[in-house]
Write a new protein. Structure first.
Length: 505
């Protein structure tokens, strides 16, 4: 039974959740959280504060001991808005790696929203067809439209509770002018997405994270009900009341913890504006978040037969197709390249010995290797690398995108070398794997050199010193593909240590 650990480094707090996969379900083993306010100084100065960094590293070391205690097989550490914005984020990430051995993956706001949505859908049964999901953290607010459990739209707004508090609220309780400026900023940001979200016509709205939990707790205590659904009029009244209350008065309110009381005014005003502007009658609070999405993603990557795996595959496929459309890729050629690459991957397993996940990454590189032409045909492979590595491709981690981008990078004249910059940034084993993946994809592209689908299939016979390739082509075609395959013989031999012979059937 595999055990997974998810760590979320947020602008307000650091969280850990450990779970074990048992009978295709995650069973929680540990849950820990500590408020560190890592993003507090970032939103004022653009830099992580050394004391906040030290405290966060200390908490992460505690998490590391907990993960070891529970025998976590896989650990993933993600960071959000504070590290996205901080100019000294790399120094902090190096500190974390030296102290724990963990590599931090700084995810975008949209990927954050996707993972939160994934965690909610993987852990909750929602009967409504159209759902609006809101997650308000310390540095940003993600709003997602979900239709039939699939993302249809997603936005990330700079409306985090810590960010807004530090930016606008200098007094306690806030002065009238501070509240006016805060509310004006929130209104401006929400207005940018108001029409998009309202046009989605959500049947249910769901809120996650600490601010929503506090508002739900406050409502439950005041209304004397056991309900996780909070009406809009109550949220609006809470925002008004909290904005006039001092810190001791807020601390005395039920459902609001000590550290939450410091930032609840900004958070409550965001929810008040969202519910009012988007025409939502209420929100339902769910005690789920980014960690749950990260855990669900790890389960998906671990076991290809789970339900969540199918959802990840769907999100990845939709994201790849969206990039194809955006950069005007020749879809028929790209699909044939993917088909040929998948075919060669399976037939030559005994030679390339790549991990199973590389089939999907080679497939993605096959679909996207020409997107650089949208910028300029000259240098298109370099352009393709940057577009893939730095584009939003749902379901792929930063490292996975770097691998896909590196494979696509070498589809022209140049070949990967150990000292090439796009190879050097990869983990050591992946540097070796990418070289083999490049050889397979180059051969797959050679099988459609004429870009007309002349080769219908390729038969392979593997010998100790040679691989025989027999091309089954349409009548009177295949010569151009024979020439292209011949050109790949030298590289194939250099990578796999076997000769490559080719003939037409």
């Amino acid at each position: 039974m595999a055990t997974f650990a998810a760590v979320d480094i947020g602008a307000n707090s650091v969280r850990l959740k450990i779970a074990r996969l048992r009978n295709n379900k995650l069973v929680e083993l540990a849950d820990d959280r500590e408020v560190v306010r890592l993003g507090e100084s970032v939103f004022r100065t653009g830099l992580l504060d050394p004391k906040a960094m030290a405290q966060t590293v200390k908490v992460l070391q505690r998490f590391h001991r907990t993960a070891q205690k529970h025998g976590a097989d896989v650990v993933r550490v993600v960071a959000t808005s504070s590290l996205r914005d901080a100019r000294n984020a790399s120094a902090f990430m190096e500190w974390v790696e030296s102290a724990t051995g963990w590599r931090v993956d700084v995810i975008s706001g949209l990927e954050e929203g996707r993972l939160i949505h994934f965690g909610v859908m993987a852990n909750t049964r929602i009967s409504a067809e159209r759902v609006l999901l809101m997650d308000l953290g310390g540095g940003s607010c993600e709003i997602t439209v979900s239709v039939n459990r699939q993302i249809r739209d997603i936005v990330s707004l700079p409306l985090g509770a810590v960010r807004l508090t530090r930016e606008f609220l200098q007094h306690d309780p806030p002065k009238k002018k501070e509240l006016e400026q805060l509310c004006a900023f929130i209104a401006e940001e929400v207005s940018r997405v108001e029409r998009r979200m309202k046009n989605a016509h959500p049947q249910v709205s769901i809120a996650t994270s600490g601010t929503a939990a506090a508002l739900a707790g406050l409502y439950a205590a005041r209304a004397d009900v056991e309900s996780s659904t909070v009406p809009r009029n109550s949220v609006v009244k809470f925002a008004e009341k909290l904005s006039k209350a001092s810190l001791p008065q807020r601390l005395a309110m039920p459902g609001i913890g000590p550290r939450r009381a410091e930032i609840i005014i900004a958070g409550a005003n965001v929810y008040s504006e969202l519910l009012t502007r988007l025409g939502l009658t209420s929100f339902r609070y769910l005690p789920l978040g980014l960690r749950d999405g990260v855990l669900a993603q790890m389960v998906s990557d671990h076991d290809s037969h789970t339900r969540v795996r199918r959802q990840v595959e769907s999100e990845r496929e939709n994201s790849l197709l969206e990039l194809e459309n955006r950069y005007s890729v020749d879809k028929r050629f790209a699909e044939r390249a993917r088909k040929n690459a998948n075919d060669l991957f399976r037939k030559l397993k005994g030679i390339h010995r790549l991990p199973p996940e590389y089939e999907e990454w080679i497939s993605a590189a096959a679909l996207l290797h020409e997107i650089g032409s949208y910028i300029n045909r000259a240098g298109r492979h370099r352009h393709a690398y940057y577009l893939i590595a730095y584009s939003e491709i749902f379901g792929y981690t930063t490292q996975q995108r770097a691998i896909v981008a590196a494979i696509a990078r070498f589809m022209g004249k140049s070949k990967p070398t150990p000292d090439h910059r796009v190879i050097r940034v990869l983990p050591e084993l992946d540097r070796q794997y990418v070289v083999r993946a490049v050889a397979l994809l180059r051969l797959a592209l050679a099988l459609d050199q004429g870009r007309v689908g002349a080769v219908q299939s390729a038969r392979t016979r593997v010998h100790p010193a040679e691989v025989e390739l027999t091309l089954v082509a349409k009548k009177g075609t295949g010569d151009l593909e024979m020439w292209a395959v011949e050109k790949e013989r030298g590289y194939f031999r250099a990578v796999f240590g076997r000769d490559l012979s080719v003939e037409l059937a």
